[in-house]
Design a protein around this ligand. Sequence first.
Ligand SMILES: *[C@@H]1O[C@H](CO)[C@@H](O)[C@H](O)[C@H]1NC(C)=O
Ligand SMILES: *[C@@H]1O[C@H](CO)[C@@H](O)[C@H](O)[C@H]1NC(C)=O
Ligand SMILES: *[C@@H]1O[C@H](CO)[C@@H](O)[C@H](O)[C@H]1NC(C)=O
Length: 293
Amino acid sequence: MLLCTVVGLLAAAPLALAAKLEKVADFGANPTKINMYIHVPDKLATKPAIVVAMHPCGGSGTSFYSSTRLPSYADSNGFILIYPDTPNMSRCWDVQNAATLTHNGGGDASAIVSMVKYTLNKYSGDAERVYIMGSSSGAMMTNALAGSYPDVFEAGAAFSGIAFGCASGQGQATPMAANQTCAQGNIRRSPKEWGDLVRNAYPGYTGKRPRLQIYHGLADTLVRPACAMQALQQWSNVFGLDWSKNVTGVPSSAYTQVVYGDGTKLEGFFGQGVGHTAPVNEQLMLKFFGILK
Ligand SMILES: *[C@@H]1O[C@H](CO)[C@@H](O)[C@H](O)[C@H]1NC(C)=O
Ligand SMILES: *[C@@H]1O[C@H](CO)[C@@H](O)[C@H](O)[C@H]1NC(C)=O
Ligand SMILES: *[C@@H]1O[C@H](CO)[C@@H](O)[C@H](O)[C@H]1NC(C)=O
């Protein structure tokens, strides 16, 4: 009799809902009071990888969740997605602040690292496979986190961003800020000076650095393609890699792939006729991360 009831209840239960985006209230130290959203697939891999996906200015965790195909890749490959969300500064990340540009300095960067630690702990994630990506302001934050927290992230992908530290000292890094010197590609530094900004973010650090992909549209007038070249010069200096080749038509006819060293640590993609922002290429990015074979 009891068994029948149980079977009846099970049969009447609705089909399990597919994993969706959930808000997480208490994830740890959060000095700038930003928000955390998470997507945990129903079929989680053992020791799952984690990808942190950062929205552009004016965006949100929820809007960025529905603007790429990353959630379906997470579902089929069992990795976790974290969507940080900032209500501050016209919903742009604080990439101009010393706090975020300093290891353990606070700012949005330290809040995002709290989200990563919370997720690693709660879902027994793989600390060796934590990745960052973002679009526009989120791409700027990708470069910022790669510089300030090289110990946390294995690789990253920046779609239409700026070099680490490019916007520092000139007010807010938003399209509304009076000073657009950085976004217009007009900060002049040598590759070594760009590299020094990264090295000085975490003095004495000698461990691995996040591998990076830098994507940019050549028709971008809001954040000029020179900003992506500066990021590539910066990271090539940090890695000690030479610009080895240009490959036209990769990943598609409008693009040129610029390769540093053997391309496993640093590469860029510049799209002819592509404006702001360069579209997220989930497959190319996840292959570079090593999540897709
Ligand atoms: C960010 O916005 C939240 C919510 O409005 C606010 O509580 C917090 O103080 C802001 N943080 C900064 C650094 O402005
Ligand atoms: C804008 O920022 C640049 C770079 O930090 C600085 O050299 C320049 O003086 C600033 N311009 C104004 C008007 O503040
Ligand atoms: C790649 O192309 C750029 C722009 O034409 C050029 O300045 C650069 O020297 C090229 N790099 C290599 C390694 O061929």
